[in-house]
Design a protein around this ligand. Structure first.
Ligand SMILES: *[C@@H]1O[C@H](CO)[C@@H](O)[C@H](O)[C@H]1NC(C)=O
Ligand SMILES: *[C@@H]1O[C@H](CO)[C@@H](O)[C@H](O)[C@H]1NC(C)=O
Ligand SMILES: *[C@@H]1O[C@H](CO)[C@@H](O)[C@H](O)[C@H]1NC(C)=O
Ligand SMILES: *[C@@H]1O[C@H](CO)[C@@H](O)[C@H](O)[C@H]1NC(C)=O
Length: 822
């Protein structure tokens, strides 16, 4: 797991998707199941009718049901779209049209349109590697947005060896095509001694539509790109000559340019890399001449049909230097008062920075709470990285139902979403997004509503939303092929409803009316497909089935991958976390119905039934554990043992493998794991403030042998048999001890709630709340100061950041904890 996560490489797939499916299982199913046609709905209906005549009624009915299921799998939900057609375009939504919606590159912009023209930056310190897409391996030591307002302005700082790069952008409204924008890239070198030559590559590329024309000066310097595309109309991107810092005179530089066909945006790095030749000369007047790698004028990847065009401007110079690029929209000419470059750009940047600071303080009030300037900068960076991680994606998911062997491409979809991590997970994840929206909803409620609506439009006819959205070539290029498939029985926690609960009071009614049928369909899908063995119990589908390979078969759907569950997956399982999510969902849908003036049934009834603490105890209180727990077919004596397969004569001895040994037969019982899942009735505040069970949960949280650490709550008790245990040879522990920020945020939110509710445990909750908040915030701040990143998880023994970085997805919730805004 982490072995793969830490794998290094070029542009190709290098990270492990957070939630994944064993290959194994797929193959088994492929053998068992017949193949079906892989076409769209109308064709299916026609061929089904033909089949009915030919095969007789019984066979036809079976086939029909399979086809009809396949067709529903890839058919969008029939409700009117939650994102009205045209509403994301430049006329309806100019503010959000252009953006840094390419979170996987260090610096780049595109528009919210399916086949957008894209712009971006690469750089090369001669002697080092070409930088383009975000890397959590041997790339820059630090990078991240330090300010980003999610709309018009952003400032990013990058530290790559001795090179410091600052990338800034400002947008300026005008015209009918999303207006203008300007970039400023400032390069500096730290330390003494000669610095390597630096090349900066500014590019524009098309992706299937639009046209670009180079404007060359003296045959080598790409002074501008003129272009036309459907959404942008006519535009010009001008590359201004570089200057020294604080100077207006041009600085000596050498230029190269490249015009090439692009076989897909995911191949850009490779294309540029391959066109570099050690043939260019840097010869500043009166100084020694140096050869450097320059792009050759024309290039391309041989044998690959182009899908688009690339125009690239290479500037080679010695830092310090300031480079600017200005995009001017043809239709904004009338509104423009002058070019946004040089001094005018400096003024605009300063004005936006001041406005950002003000808005940040108005929104979160950290200054008023006594946060120090470094703490405020940390919180600003956390929010900015989340906003700078917003992406716009277009493409098709690869879907698969339980009853078919062949995966089917889903319908063409677009998604506007934040991303968990710009390096490891630059795409949409369903349950992460609900957490992202808690913070986005505070900063820019309209933006959060838009993102939520986009997610609901991914729903199919059954009401299912695939949990990982790998849309388009660029997204797919970063995921190993066997992990691309989305399985139609697999759910994910409905955290979008957590976000909706907060957005509900201020959301416009027409918006909520558009969302309502889709939310109902989604909830009903969950209620139907993830039902448990008894009424009002629930079970995650899609657990690992080949149990002997794992210490504990994973439950990817829950989002908590390897968190220990019943040792032997069965239909008798009752999953506590899912039950609590369903209770939350029913409550939010009832509130939505009330807001819309509709009857709250059946959600109100269901919420009431699920909030019955006596029923909760009957299904999930484990007296022997003194905590809430899952129930299932479970053995308490399971271990991984090295096992050497019997040697085959004449062959090399086989390598030993880890195999699971079950030394006590499983039986139906509570699962003796104490950790995040046990806390769910508290985390989602289902437990009444006067519950006699509350002290046990508060005690487990505060106990250092269990969940308490000086850095936040660990995911699994230190005295648990699974604590920090590997799941297989290749799977180090993930949710088995580390401190995760999303769950700590829920804990803070709940403790804050219990501290403010009348009840016998109020004081204890308040004390825990203060200590936990202090521990979590202090450690995350300290780690950020030391490393420059927010992290995917924090080690419970010393608080060190672990796993993916930057990870300003749900880890950015630290801002709300600092603001005590729950
Ligand atoms: C083009 O080259 C000429 C002569 O080599 C030079 O005088 C002029 O400044 C150059 N123009 C640009 C825009 O670089
Ligand atoms: C773009 O410019 C061309 C030529 O300059 C002009 O003919 C065309 O009408 C313009 N298109 C738009 C959409 O403004
Ligand atoms: C959930 O499913 C149960 C059992 O089928 C049903 O009784 C209940 O009404 C459903 N809840 C909602 C909100 O649809
Ligand atoms: C529990 O799992 C074991 C091993 O798979 C199986 O033999 C047994 O029937 C299961 N028990 C129940 C009650 O499902």
């Amino acid at each position: 797991m982490a072995g793969e996560r830490r794998r290094r490489g070029g542009d190709g797939p290098r990270e492990r998707p957070r939630e994944r499916d064993p290959k194994h299982r797929q193959q088994q199913k492929q053998q068992q199941q017949p193949r079906g046609p892989g076409r769209g709905r109308t064709v299916l209906v026609a061929s089904a009718a033909a089949a009915a005549l030919a095969l007789g009624l019984v066979a036809a009915a079976t086939e029909w049901s399979r086809w009809s299921e396949a067709s529903r799998l890839v058919t969008p939900h029939p409700a009117p779209p939650a994102v009205p057609p045209g509403s994301t375009g430049p006329l309806a939504s100019p503010t959000y049209f252009w953006g840094t919606y390419r979170p996987h590159v260090y610096f780049g912009m595109k528009t919210r349109s399916p086949r957008s023209v894209v712009t971006g930056l690469m750089w090369l310190q001669h002697g080092g590697g070409l930088r383009h897409t975000c890397d959590s391996g041997d790339g820059p030591a630090r990078y991240g947005w330090v300010m980003h307002d999610g709309e018009n302005f952003g400032v990013q700082e990058i530290r790559d060896g001795r090179l410091l790069l600052r990338t800034e952008f400002v947008k300026q409204p005008g015209g009918d095509h999303g207006g203008d924008w300007s970039w400023r890239v400032t390069a500096r070198t730290e330390g003494k001694g000669p610095a390597p030559l630096l090349s900066l590559f500014f590019y524009v590329a098309t992706d299937g539509q639009g046209e670009l024309r180079p404007v060359l000066h003296n045959g080598t310097r790409l002074a501008a790109v003129e272009g036309t595309s459907e959404e942008l109309g006519n535009f010009t991107l001008t590359f201004l000559p570089p200057t020294g810092e604080g100077e207006e005179e041009p600085k000596y530089a050498s230029y190269n340019f490249l015009a090439a066909g692009v076989p897909g945006l995911h191949r850009l790095t490779e294309l540029v890399q391959r066109s570099l030749r050690e043939a260019s000369l840097f010869s500043p007047p009166g100084r020694p001449r140096r050869h450097y790698l320059g792009v050759s004028r024309t290039g391309g990847l041989p044998g690959e049909p182009p899908q688009g065009q690339l125009l690239l401007h290479q500037v080679t110079l010695e830092a310090p230097a300031v480079l600017e690029a200005v995009l001017e929209s043809g239709s904004a000419a009338g509104a423009r008062r002058g070019r946004l470059a040089g001094r005018a750009l400096g003024t605009a940047l300063a004005r936006h920075a001041a406005a950002f600071e003000r808005r940040f303080e108005d929104t979160f009030g950290l200054g008023a709470r006594g946060a120090t300037p470094p703490q405020r900068r940390f919180a600003q960076a956390a929010l900015s990285e989340l906003l700078g991680g917003l992406g716009f994606f277009h493409g098709r998911s690869l879907l698969r139902s339980e009853r078919r062997s062949e995966p089917l491409p889903g319908p063409e979809a677009v998604l506007f979403t934040a991303a968990p991590s710009r390096s490891c997970f630059p795409r949409g994840f369903l349950w992460d997004e609900g957490f992202h929206l808690l913070l986005l909803g505070r900063w820019a409620p309209a933006l959060a509503r838009d993102v939520l609506a986009h997610w609901l439009d991914l729903m199919n006819a059954d009401g299912w939303i695939p949990r990982e959205q790998i849309l388009g070539d660029e997204a797919r290029a970063r995921v190993p092929p066997e992990f691309v498939l989305q399985h139609s029985e697999t759910a994910n926690p409905p955290t979008l409803l957590l976000a909706l609960e907060r957005l509900l009071p201020d959301a416009p009614l027409p918006y909520l009316r558009r969302l309502s049928p889709r939310l109902r369909a989604w909830f009903s899908w969950l209620n139907r497909t993830q039902a448990g063995p008894e009424p009002l119990t629930f079970r995650w589908r899609g657990r690992d089935t080949d149990a002997e390979r794992f210490l504990n078969p994973k439950t990817l759907a829950s989002g908590l991958d390897d968190y220990p569950r019943a040792s032997h997956p069965s239909e008798q399982e009752r999953h506590l976390d899912l039950r609590c999510w369903m209770a939350l969902g029913a409550r939010v849908l009832a509130a939505l119905a009330e807001r819309l003036g509709e009857p709250p049934e059946p959600y109100g009834d269901m919420a009431l039934a699920l909030s019955d603490n006596a029923l909760l105890e009957r299904h999930h209180w484990a007296p022997e554990l003194g905590a809430f727990a899952d129930f299932g077919n479970h053995s308490t004596a399971v271990a991984l043992r090295w096992h050497r397969p019997a040697p085959v004569p004449g062959q090399a001895p086989p390598a030993p493998r880890l195999h699971r040994e079950v030394r006590e037969a499983p039986r139906p019982r509570f699962v003796g794991a104490l950790g995040y899942v046990s806390l769910f009735p508290l985390l989602l505040q289902l437990l009444r403030a006067d519950s006699p069970r509350l002290p046990a949960l508060l005690g487990a949280m505060r106990s250092e042998a269990k969940l308490w650490t000086p850095f936040g709550l660990r995911s699994l008790a230190r005295d648990s048999p699974w604590y920090l245990q590997r799941n297989t040879e290749h799977d180090p522990p993930y949710w088995r001890g580390s401190v995760w920020v999303n769950m700590n945020f829920l804990a803070l939110r709940a403790l804050h709630g219990y501290a403010h509710a009348a009840g016998p445990h109020r004081e204890q909750a308040a004390r825990l709340y203060r200590e936990l908040r202090h521990n979590l915030v202090t450690n995350m701040f300290r780690q950020h100061e030391a490393t420059g990143f927010l992290w995917e998880q924090y080690r419970d023994s010393d608080g060190a950041g672990q796993g993916c970085h930057p990870f300003a997805g749900w880890s950015a919730l630290v801002v709300l904890a600092m603001a005590e805004d729950y």
